[in-house]
Ligand binder design. Structure first.
Ligand code: PLP
Length: 409
């Protein structure tokens, strides 16, 4: 992969921050956007901005073609069997909430179980807490192993015939762990439960095949994979989506409206009430074209190399604790860490003065922070535009940070 050429397609990276060339290591929070995506948005707004599905005029037809064309690109990207299974949402959070509200309230009852893990993002915890409260179901957690992975034995011990829903992240935004979704799905199905996957941190970085995984729902966000904010995907198996009621009612999603009764459009539109996120979908389509041209396999390999390099270099820093699996092949392209006696917010602040953007905090994973026995951590996350040089700058700045704090205190 030619990282130098790729970087040139990301205009935002070509700037100085606090007098230093920007080193952007916060792609797990949101990725930067390449020129083809920026240009697709610019073209839509300059040349064919129009509402979809309704008008018979030329701009409306072009906008509809762009919007529905993006749906087909998403279908192919995750290998769904039909575009009826691809619903545009605002992002992972909205997608998971849609499943919890629509599928959950109809199918989960008192005494049933919902199973998640300790490593989940708040977006994959709270919708299930709410569902459990509303239905009288029990929320259960699959424990984590010492190295921040889950064991299939623990999955088998937690999922029972009472379990109706298993929901799990594909890749952890804190530990970097890659979870064995295919195997967990099998265990969920053997117990009569459905499998929901939070793919927010997987789809940007690796090839996902929903038919091969056999999961029932797969959710992700465009903004972490080079697309704009405000667009995301809910994939669901057609036979499940068909049984489910919409969660938002209004324009665009109806077939017929009477005074007291209405009927819905067919899939996928019954879940897309109101004017949809047209520019966002078109931007997501452009992002998928961009990522596929480079190749998901090449992106994965590149990030794997960066993670291995970062683990090796960062572990030489005195007093550093790195969380998650120690072996690079068990994890994705991010490193979460703490430096002894320095608060992670201070680490991030000092790094910012060097032009290096990392994230500090609980990363929307407070139960996981509790499990790690910390209140916060710092996280450096990599994407296709990062290089070994970025990691060298990070390590150098971390050593400086450590020296600065040991001199001051
Ligand atoms: N799940 C994981 C693992 C995430 O990392 C994130 C975002 O950071 C989300 C869910 C929520 O995504 P969004 O805020 O785009 O809905």
């Amino acid at each position: 992969m030619d990282v130098k050429a790729i970087r040139e397609l990301f205009p935002i990276l070509n700037q100085e921050v606090n007098g230093h060339p920007l080193v952007y290591l916060d792609s797990a929070a949101t990725s930067q956007k390449p020129l083809p995506v920026i240009e697709a948005l610019d073209e839509y707004y300059r040349q064919y901005n129009s509402n979809v599905h309704r008008g018979v005029h030329t701009l409306g037809t072009k906008a509809t073609d762009g919007y529905e064309g993006a749906r087909e690109k998403v279908r192919k990207f995750i290998n769904a069997s039909s575009t009826e299974e691809i619903i545009f949402t605002r992002g992972t959070t909205t997608s998971i909430n849609t499943v919890a509200v629509s599928y959950g309230r109809a199918n989960v009852h008192e005494g049933d179980e919902i199973v998640i893990t300790y490593m989940e993002h708040h977006s994959n915890i709270i919708p299930w807490q709410q569902l459990a409260k509303q239905t009288g179901a029990t929320l259960k957690y699959i424990p984590l192993q010492e190295d921040g992975t889950i064991s299939l034995d623990d999955v088998r011990n937690t999922v029972t015939p009472k379990t109706k829903i298993v929901s799990m992240m594909h890749v952890s935004n804190v530990l970097g762990t890659i979870n064995p979704i295919k195997e967990v799905t099998k265990i969920a199905h053997e117990n009569g439960a459905i499998m929901v996957v939070d793919g927010a941190q997987s789809t940007p970085h690796m090839k996902v095949d929903v038919q091969d995984l056999d999961c029932d729902f797969y959710t992700f966000s465009g903004h972490k994979m080079c697309a704009p904010t405000g667009i995301g995907i809910l994939y669901g198996k057609k036979h499940l989506l068909e049984q489910m009621e919409p969660v938002e009612f209004g324009g665009e999603m109806i077939d017929f409206v009477g005074l007291y009764e209405s009927t819905w459009k067919e899939l996928p539109w019954k879940f897309e009430g109101g004017t949809p996120i047209i520019a966002g979908a078109i931007g997501l389509g452009a992002a998928i074209d961009f990522l596929e041209e480079i190749g998901l396999e090449a992106i994965k390999e590149h990030e794997h190399r960066l993670a291995a390099y970062a683990l090796e270099k960062m572990s030489t820093i005195d007093g550093i604790t790195i969380y998650g699996p120690k072996e690079a092949d068990k994890r994705a392209g991010l490193v979460t860490f703490n430096i002894a006696d320095v608060h992670p917010h201070d680490v991030a602040t000092v790094l910012d003065t060097e032009g290096i953007a990392v994230r500090a905090g609980h990363h929307c994973a407070q139960p996981l922070m509790k499990w790690l026995n910390v209140s916060a951590t710092a996280r450096a996350s990599f994407y296709l535009y990062n290089s070994e040089e970025d990691i060298d700058k990070l390590v150098e700045a971390l050593i400086k940070t450590k020296e600065y704090f040991s001199d001051v205190f």
